[in-house]
Design a protein around this ligand. Structure first.
Ligand SMILES: [Zn+2]
Length: 456
């Protein structure tokens, strides 16, 4: 019943949303800096601050205003997402919909794991429908307004349904396992639950390039030696055992540029998205690849997996304490029988949501610190400070270039554009001889000098 109602609701919201997609979409393209600005060229009085300002001055004021508006709008969206999550959870609990959804699942089957899965399906569909207007605004309308999306409503909606299907299977699996743990180990469930969640997270990280990414994108090997040869050379220089370079068609979804170095042993691969390939200069691509190789060589994946042991354990300890506290007060009113009752799920997810909201600056700072390390590594290995500055400007299409320090600490999961350009210019200042030395007699003239030579 509830599922059928939910489906009807989804169809209705869908029709309303299709009518609302009349908003004009405008490009938000940041400039491609064809020439290194005068103040950023190597000279006896090279000043990193002046060089940084010269790069930032290449961005027209209206582009900066647009990029700031997009990124600052994201701060509010964090709040609205949080508020929406709280409202939906309180609604499901207070109206006892959650208890009714559990009762429905129990009527369908006596088999406990299947009851949990059925409840999860009901929950996911109901919450997806309730938050659908916000999802459409955030994922489709707003992205089009700022010229970042390349999708029609139909393809976007198709992706949403694929997401829902992945959520029904993968999240359904972990939710079912966790309730199994809680029912079997009512006293120590939070420790075992943390362990199971952690292993599940590692598994998803491992399988997603092979099984999840292809659901949404096509990954193909790159053959153009002009692009591939310098990247593989950089990889060999850094001891990265990659033999092929791949490209992923992320332009089907957005105009954002990205790349990554992933996998281990035989699955080791370097991937550039097609936006970077199309818009990035050779120097910029080298700078970006140097950064990605930095993540790999500095073992950021393994460090993050270790960091998440702590994060997940803290989350489960908090969950154990806060669930007991809330259930003692309102459990009866919400008709929740205890922590092992699937009807508790909206409450559990609400509590995790609150913790995650409060911990946002800590998680962002952890990530931003790694990104900064990868930036330093990338500059040292690619030796392309100007390509790096160009990359930072392109990424400014969806990230505010010059935030305040507290703003950056709270909201930024990567260093801001200004700080990244400054780091590149500081690196250039410390290595000026590479850019002023005559071509003859320099050990690696071509790759070192292209940063400027190619652009002049
Ligand atoms: Zn990175």
């Amino acid at each position: 019943m509830i599922i059928r109602k939910a489906a009807a609701g989804a169809a209705l919201v869908l029709i309303v949303s299709v009518c609302a997609v009349a908003q004009p979409s405008g490009p938000n393209g940041m400039p491609t800096v064809i020439e290194v600005p005068a103040a950023a060229r190597a000279s006896a009085n090279f000043d990193p601050v002046a060089a940084t300002n010269a790069y930032l001055a290449q961005i027209p004021a209206d582009k900066t205003a647009r990029s700031d508006a997009y990124f600052e709008g994201g701060y509010w969206l964090m709040l609205w997402d949080f508020v929406c999550g709280v409202v939906v959870a309180v609604l499901l609990l207070n109206t006892r919909w959650s208890a009714k959804m559990r009762a429905l699942a129990e009527r369908v089957t006596r088999f406990k794991p299947l009851q949990t899965w059925l409840y999860w399906i009901e929950y996911l569909i109901v919450t997806s429908v309730l938050s659908f207007p916000l999802t459409v605004y955030e994922g489709f309308l707003r992205e089009h307004k700022y010229g970042l999306s390349t999708q029609t409503f139909g393809t976007w909606m198709g992706d949403q349904l694929k997401n829902l299907a992945v959520g029904l299977v993968l999240s359904g699996l972990i939710v079912t396992m966790l309730f199994g743990v809680v029912r079997r180990l009512p006293n120590t469930w939070w420790i075992w639950g943390a362990g199971v969640s952690y292993l599940f997270m590692v598994l998803v990280v491992l399988i997603s390039p092979v099984y999840i990414v292809p659901i949404f994108f096509k990954v193909t090997p790159l053959n153009d030696p002009k692009v591939v040869a310098p990247i593989l050379s950089l990889a060999r220089e850094n001891g990265i055992p990659a033999k092929n370079v791949y490209t992923i068609n992320e332009s089907r979804e957005s105009t954002r540029m990205s790349a990554n170095v992933s996998g281990f042993a035989n699955t080791m691969r370097i991937t550039l998205n097609d936006n970077l390939l199309r818009r990035g200069s050779p120097e910029e691509i080298q700078a970006v690849m140097g950064h990605e190789m930095g993540h790999y060589v500095l073992n950021h994946i393994y460090k993050s997996l270790t960091f998440f042991v702590i994060v997940i354990t803290v989350a489960f300890a908090f969950l154990r304490w806060s669930l007991e506290w809330t259930l003692a007060r309102w459990g009866e009113q919400w008709q929740i029988r205890g922590i092992g009752d699937t009807a508790v799920l909206p409450l559990a997810l609400l509590l995790v949501n609150i913790l995650g909201f409060v911990a946002t600056p800590i998680l962002n700072t952890y990530e931003r610190t790694q990104e900064y390390e990868a930036d330093m590594y990338g500059l040292n290995t690619s030796r392309q400070p100007d390509g790096f500055a160009q990359g930072a400007i392109h990424l400014g299409e969806y990230r505010k270039m010059s935030p305040g320090p507290i703003e950056e600490w709270i909201f930024f999961d990567h260093p801001s554009g200004r700080n990244r350009i400054y780091a590149a210019m500081r690196w250039k200042a410390e290595n000026l001889s590479l850019f002023t030395a005559p071509q003859t007699g320099v050990e690696k003239p071509a790759s070192i000098l292209t940063g400027e030579a190619a652009k002049k």
